[in-house]
Design a protein around this ligand. Structure first.
Ligand code: NAD
Length: 295
């Protein structure tokens, strides 16, 4: 047990596929964690992991030095912090809030402006690596915000990650995350269309993936998703299709806000939203293959 970390109380709101294993790693590093999720089952799991399960977001924030949100999107984060849940009213003076969800950067800038006059500091620190690396404690973190504030939470972030990038001003971590997921989501569509095209011509899908993986067409989807989750129809990567569609939509909104014409980004966003409409937001994101194969 790290006794220095034990003095730091972390409030953790959002104990889903990512949040729960992240809490487990905070506990392993000796932090004291007060967790809350609207799901009763998630609260039971966090208690079983050794954290204090709280009955409200406000209770999880009370007395915490650092409050982490790992929620579906930025508008839920804002509601939890500033809305009826009343988290901001329960925060200790000087508390640091870390939004590790994949939120929209413009919402994050606005949230920071709302929190600052009340004496609270915000860092956006979204992650990449998926559930597997959340479990292993080897996430990549993209942290935006004041360097001194990030310094103060560095041990907390290190407990969950293998690599922390400081991306710049507040909102820059969230912008970086949206960019990553656009590139990942566009690469996934390209890899899947390549497999569907080749298979329709008569190539074996496993051969297509093997060739791509030793050629210039390889990407994250060909390397760690096609055989593992798609060709075997497992579709169990642990990342929801609705979350991927949201992230690519954030990247597209950002491009529009910056007056950038980006044809591939706009098209990719439309396709992921259409897949979400057909398959539902809770489908695994690798199931977009079924949508592409049927289109
Ligand atoms: P999830 O749906 O598994 O978990 C979200 C949790 O938030 C759920 O347990 C839900 O009950 C809870 N929740 C929703 N609204 C709430 C509220 N108002 N108060 C309290 N709890 C509430 O999602 P996840 O996969 O863990 O993703 C969380 C965030 O991390 C998302 O922003 C996602 O885009 C991002 N992310 C996910 C992955 C992944 O591979 N799953 C990877 C990187 C980033």
């Amino acid at each position: 047990m790290n006794t220095k970390n034990e003095l730091t109380v972390v409030g953790f709101i959002g104990l889903g596929r990512m949040g729960l294993p992240m809490v487990e790693n905070l506990l392993k590093s000796g932090f004291s964690v007060q967790g809350f999720d609207q799901s009763e089952a998630a609260r039971a799991e966090v208690a079983a992991a050794g954290a204090t399960a709280c009955s409200s977001a406000k209770e999880a924030a009370r007395g915490a030095d650092v409050v982490i949100t790992m929620l579906p999107n930025g508008s839920i984060v804002r509601d939890v912090l500033l809305g009826e849940a009343g988290v901001a009213d329960a925060l200790s003076p000087g508390a640091i809030i870390v939004d590790m969800s994949s939120s929209a950067p413009t919402d994050t800038t606005y949230l920071s402006e709302q929190l600052q006059p009340r004496g609270f500091r915000l860092v956006d620190a979204p992650v990449s690596g998926g559930r597997k690396r959340a479990v292993d404690g080897t996430l990549t973190i993209m942290a935006g915000g004041e360097p001194t504030v990030i310094d103060a939470i560095q041990p907390v972030l290190e407990a969950m990650s293998a690599k922390i990038f400081r991306t710049g001003k507040i909102g820059s971590g969230h912008a970086m995350k949206a960019i990553n997921n656009y590139v990942s989501g566009a690469g996934m569509v390209a890899a899947m269309e390549g497999v569907i095209l080749g298979e329709t011509f008569g190539l074996a899908p496993e051969v297509i993936v093997d060739v791509l993986n030793v050629s210039t067409g390889r990407n994250n989807t060909t390397e760690v998703k096609m055989k593992q989750f798609v060709l075997n129809r497992d579709f169990g990567s642990g990342f929801a299709l609705g979350l991927m569609a949201k992230d690519i939509g954030i990247a597209n909104d950002l491009a529009e806000a910056l007056n950038l014409q980006m044809g591939s980004l706009a098209e990719t966003s439309v396709r992921w939203k259409a897949a979400q409409d057909r398959l539902g937001p809770d489908a695994d994101h690798t199931e977009i293959y079924r949508f592409l194969a049927d289109s």
